[in-house]
Design a protein around this ligand. Structure first.
Ligand code: NAD
Length: 456
């Protein structure tokens, strides 16, 4: 269907008011839940084809986490959608104040390829819960998963309510020419800027879930064994193609040798000594990214891994030593299974390094030193993070997930997803039995005195 007609159709459907009905929203969430269960096998197959994701990883990081957020939201949406009472100031006597929750209208959700199911459906849950119509622009790089999502959504919802649009950036550009009511974008900061510029033409509100270089700090007081285990998990999951993966390691010199030994041990334990033959090890999404990543390894000091399988598009879990801020790998988000190590002697150096760059999407700090913890949390701005773990901060419906500055704006998950797709309309309902005269002309000294009493 022509895009402008599709948007028109959704706007007409939104205007019927059907999507605002709370029972309709809950019923739609139930339908989505059932559809995900029905399509579970197909989603897993598609993720295997796109990224060689194992069934376990597909469920843990895409299907399960989506269902869990859906259940959380479904249980609570009725309460969240209610009008919220506000207090009226005495100057507004006699009145009642309240906040009405209203959906924006037609929301466009643009998703990337790295968690192609989760990052498309999780924002959709928020859009439905808040009472919007939605157009999902799925990624052209994860073709199999995009195809299954298209089929699942078409079977579950009428296109005037929720629909999927496939295609490359030309299609996205066409969508962005339309006057939409909300844009929720997940992807790179570079494309995020294009989206925001386009949205500005119509003053469409946006949420930008972006990426960047997320530092991982290991300080000498840390439990080194546990730290190594958790960093290996967060870094090499999905072959490093995770927006919140630790991008680079800031490692205190005094514990370097021991820590690197543990890192190597855990990579061997998790992925075996021959990770490239491990059937559950994820591949790189396409040749373009594969070649980009190989170039980042070239000429660097590889202290673990480095082998590749061009046919399977796999790169071994790799560690690079002797990396400096000028190294090519430090100039862009890595988004692959390569961990560069930069060493430091004191925590002031760490702050200096991180503050030189853009505000990261995530930050991970491994320490038992409370002073160091307080110092980093107080003085460095980043989207979200963990103390003594990696990436798990996003696996909850009870906290907002989002970036700051170059890593994004806005947030979602749980109640924050509902809030993101909801406009809060403030209403003052005035009673007519009394009408305080102060604000009306003609003004005089007594009115001035009263005004100063009310407004101070
Ligand atoms: P991308 O920005 O290249 O593409 C994302 C989407 O934008 C795709 O649907 C694509 O079709 C569209 N697009 C690409 N170029 C466009 C253009 N010129 N105009 C309009 N639309 C365009 O990102 P990607 O490669 O799919 O994903 C990787 C990036 O996404 C990384 O930076 C990663 O950190 C980030 N990311 C962030 C999160 C998060 O939650 N913050 C999650 C996953 C990925």
């Amino acid at each position: 269907m022509v895009i402008s007609e599709l948007v028109k159709k959704q706007k007409c459907f939104f205007e019927t008011g059907k999507t605002k009905d709370i029972d309709f929203r809950i019923e739609s969430l139930n339908k989505l839940y059932k559809a995900i269960n029905k399509y579970e096998g197909k989603i897993e197959e598609a993720l295997k084809k796109d990224l060689n994701k194992s069934k376990f990883e597909s469920y843990m990081t895409e299907i399960g986490i989506t269902l869990s957020d859906l259940t959380f939201i479904k249980k609570r949406v009725k309460k969240w959608a209610r009008d919220k009472r506000g207090l009226s100031p005495i100057s507004q006597f006699h009145s009642k104040s309240f906040i009405k929750k209203e959906p924006y209208g037609v929301a466009l959700i643009i998703s990337p390829w790295n968690y192609p199911f989760l990052l498309c459906i999780e924002p959709l849950i928020g859009a439905i819960a808040a009472g919007n119509c939605a157009i999902l622009k799925v990624s052209e790089d994860s073709v199999h998963t995009s195809k299954v999502i298209t089929e699942m959504i078409a079977e579950t919802f009428p296109e005037e309510y929720i629909t999927v649009v496939n295609g490359d950036k030309e299609v996205t550009t066409e969508l962005l020419e339309e006057k939409l009511d909300y844009i929720f974008f997940t992807g790179s900061p570079t494309v995020g800027k294009i989206i925001m510029k386009k949205a500005a033409q119509n003053l469409t509100p946006v949420t930008l879930e972006l990426g960047g270089k997320s530092p991982c700090i290991v300080e000498e007081s840390a439990d080194l064994k546990v730290a190594a285990k958790r960093i290996v998990f967060g870094k090499y999951l999905n072959s490093g193609q995770t927006c919140v993966a630790p991008d680079y390691l800031l490692l205190q010199n005094s514990v370097k040798d021991e820590f690197v030994k543990y890192l190597k041990e855990y990579i061997g334990l998790f992925y075996t000594k021959e990770a490239l033959r491990n059937e559950d090890y994820t591949n790189i999404i396409n040749e373009r990214h594969f070649n980009r990543l190989i170039n980042l390894i070239k000429g660097e000091k590889v202290i673990y891994g480095g082998d590749i399988d061009r046919e399977l598009l796999k790169i071994e879990p790799t560690i690079l030593d002797k990396i400096t801020l000028d190294s090519p790998i430090m100039q862009e988000e890595i988004f692959g299974p390569i961990l560069p190590i930069i060493t430091f002697d004191n925590i002031e150096e760490v702050k200096h390094i991180i503050l030189q760059g853009e505000k990261p999407l995530a930050l991970y700090l491994f320490t038992k030193n409370k002073k160091v913890e307080a110092d980093i949390l107080k003085n460095i701005s980043f989207g979200s993070g963990c103390i003594n773990d990696t990436i798990i901060q996003l696996a909850t419906s009870r906290m907002p997930f989002g970036g700051v500055g170059n890593s994004g704006m806005g947030s979602y998950h749980g109640k924050y997803s509902f809030d993101t797709f909801t406009h809060e309309k403030s209403i003052v309902k005035k009673y007519n039995w009394i009408d305080l005269p102060i604000r009306y002309m003609p003004y005089n000294d007594l009115k001035m005195k009263l005004l100063k009493l009310f407004l101070k």
